[in-house]
Structures are given as structure tokens and as C-alpha cells.
Ligand binder design. Structure first.
Ligand SMILES: Nc1ncnc2c1ncn2[C@@H]1O[C@H](COP(=O)(O)OP(=O)(O)O)[C@@H](O)[C@H]1O
Ligand SMILES: [Mg+2]
Length: 277
């Protein structure tokens, strides 16, 4: 499949060939659960037989820290390619991911990566360079997850140019709705300028607190505003979810996180359903 600044060409299903789903996890707000959802979804997909690549498109490198941690406490070493390289022209054929535990492949970003942070707007003003560099590799996977940085930046644009879908976790605060509306603007700009086939998979509420009348009212308003773009399932604040972000591994392996496992699986099923709808 060829990518150009005019959009994805030949990405529809042809001759029964399975087309890679490329899902960006994006939100203009930090701390809403993009990285957490990327990690949970990568584990869910991989354990259900999907071949998964994760691209850590955030200078913080949090996804990389979680996914490169082996069960024995050691870390998977980086090979030559890190995400910052994907913004340089002419990487043809040399884009190799690292192979992490649980069968998940990763294009890593070192923690607080200086090279990523110092990418000048000059480097990333042409968002299809990222796509051109990743496109061939993506075709080897069923699902590619791109964990995006929080701020509005050209890195997010670059991810959306390559993506088939975008998913937005929302933390229900007073400004939660503004964050969603901001992202919707970015998405429609990318749809009209670069990627006509980009689909908004939807938003879901994360870090929900069961108590709190105001939170309930705000989330009801957001549901009304978004209609079908709001997923049915939510994630509550569950301490085991935070634990695996620190310690690696899966929720199921903790052995005591049955409620969280059930809630996460229901959300993941709904995400996969929408991805393949
Ligand atoms: N449902 C949840 N339950 C408990 N902790 C969560 C949940 N979702 C996210 N967190 C925690 O909240 C913090 C921010 O989440 P993170 O995924 O890093 O956000 P983002 O990538 O959007 O900046 C992390 O410490 C993470 O472990
Ligand atoms: Mg993050």
C-alpha cells in the first residue's frame, strides 16, 4: 500500500487480503489513560492470537518502559531503531521492532528521549515521512497500536495520517469535554487533508469514580453530546491497573484483580468489535 500526502491508497479490502488495523491512542490531555489503554489492549490482542506491533510515539517513553520489562525483572534491550528515527527521511527497509514478552513487538522510545523532544517542527512538518517509514512494517501485523503524546503536536498528526482508526480515552473532569472537542478538530483536519479513511473509533470514560453526582452529570452530558461516538463500557479507577503500569505483566497474573480483568475485557471486546465493524 502506498501512502501519499493525499491519503491512504489501496487500503480497502482487496482479494480477501486482511488489512492491518492501525489504531492511534490519542487525546490532547495527559493522564487520561492513553498509555494504560495501549498496554492493556496490546496484552488483550496478543493473548487472543492477534499479531501486535506497538509504536511508542511519545518522548516520555512510558509504554516502552512497561512493555520492555520482562517477567524476571530484566529489560528487553533496544536495537538500532527508536521512534525518533521514524521522522527522518530514507529509512527504507531498516525498520526493525524489538520483540518483547507476551509476543508483543515494539518500536521503542527511551524514557524522556532527547532526540524525540528535540525533533524540530522542520523535521516533522511532513507527516507522511513517519507513514512512509512504518508502512511496510505495519503490513506484517494484524493490529498496530500507536500511543501518542498528549500535547497537540505534529507527532499526533503523523500518527493519524498512518492510522485507520483513532481512540480517545477521556477522564471525566470539568475540562474533559473540551479535550475531546479539540481532538475531534484535529481528526477532521487530518481526514480532509491527508487521510480520508481515518475513522473515529470513539471515546471511552476512564478513571471513573462511582461516587460523585457532578462526575455522573458530566459524563451523562458527554454521552449525550457524543452519541454513538461514546463507547458503552467504561474503566473505573482500579488500583491493579496502576500496578501493572509500574510492575509490568498482565492483570490476570496478579491473581486478585478479577473485577478489573472483567471490566477491561468488556471494554477491549467493544474496541475490537468497532475496529472490525
Ligand atoms: N483505570 C485506571 N485505574 C487506575 N489507574 C489508572 C487507570 N487508568 C490510568 N491509570 C493511571 O493513571 C496514570 C496516567 O495514565 P496514563 O495511561 O499514563 O495516561 P496518558 O498516557 O494519557 O498520559 C498512570 O499512572 C496510570 O497507571
Ligand atoms: Mg502516555
Amino acid at each position: 500500500m502506498k501512502l501519499t500526502k493525499w491519503g491512504r491508497i489501496g487500503s480497502s479490502k482487496q482479494d480477501g487480503a486482511v488489512v492491518t488495523k492501525i489504531l492511534s491512542l490519542a487525546a490532547h490531555k495527559g493522564g487520561v489513560g492513553k498509555t494504560t489503554t495501549t498496554v492493556l489492549l496490546a496484552h488483550y490482542l496478543s493473548s487472543n492470537g492477534y499479531k501486535v506491533l506497538v509504536v511508542d510515539n511519545d518522548a516520555q517513553g512510558n509504554t516502552t518502559s512497561v512493555l520492555t520489562l520482562n517477567p524476571d525483572g530484566t529489560y528487553v534491550p533496544f536495537s538500532t531503531i527508536i521512534t525518533a528515527d521514524l521522522y527522518q527521511e530514507g529509512l527504507d527497509g531498516s525498520v526493525e521492532p524489538i520483540h518483547c514478552s507476551y509476543g508483543i513487538d515494539v518500536i521503542p522510545c527511551p524514557a524522556n528521549c532527547d532526540r524525540f523532544r528535540q525533533l524540530s517542527s522542520e523535521h516533522i512538518k511532513t507527516p507522511w515521512i513517519f507513514s512512509d517509514n512504518l508502512n511496510d512494517l505495519c503490513q506484517q501485523y494484524d493490529v498496530v497500536l500507536i500511543d501518542c503524546s498528549s500535547n497537540y503536536s505534529n507527532n499526533v498528526n503523523a500518527a493519524l495520517v498512518l492510522s485507520t482508526h483513532v481512540l480517545c480515552p477521556v477522564k471525566m473532569t470539568g475540562h474533559g469535554i473540551d479535550g475531546v472537542l479539540g481532538l475531534m478538530k484535529t481528526i477532521s483536519e487530518v481526514q480532509s487533508r491527508h487521510n480520508h479513511e481515518l475513522k473515529f473509533l470513539g471515546c471511552f470514560l476512564n478513571l471513573m469514580e462511582s461516587r460523585g453526582k457532578r462526575i455522573q452529570e458530566n459524563s451523562n452530558r458527554l454521552r449525550e453530546a457524543l452519541g454513538d461516538d461514546m463507547l458503552k463500557n467504561v474503566l473505573h479507577r482500579r488500583p491493579p491497573i496502576d500496578t501493572i503500569q509500574d510492575e509490568g505483566g498482565t492483570l490476570a497474573e496478579l491473581g486478585y484483580a478479577h473485577v478489573a480483568v472483567k471490566e477491561v475485557n468488556q471494554l477491549m471486546e467493544e474496541i475490537v468489535e468497532r475496529l472490525y465493524a
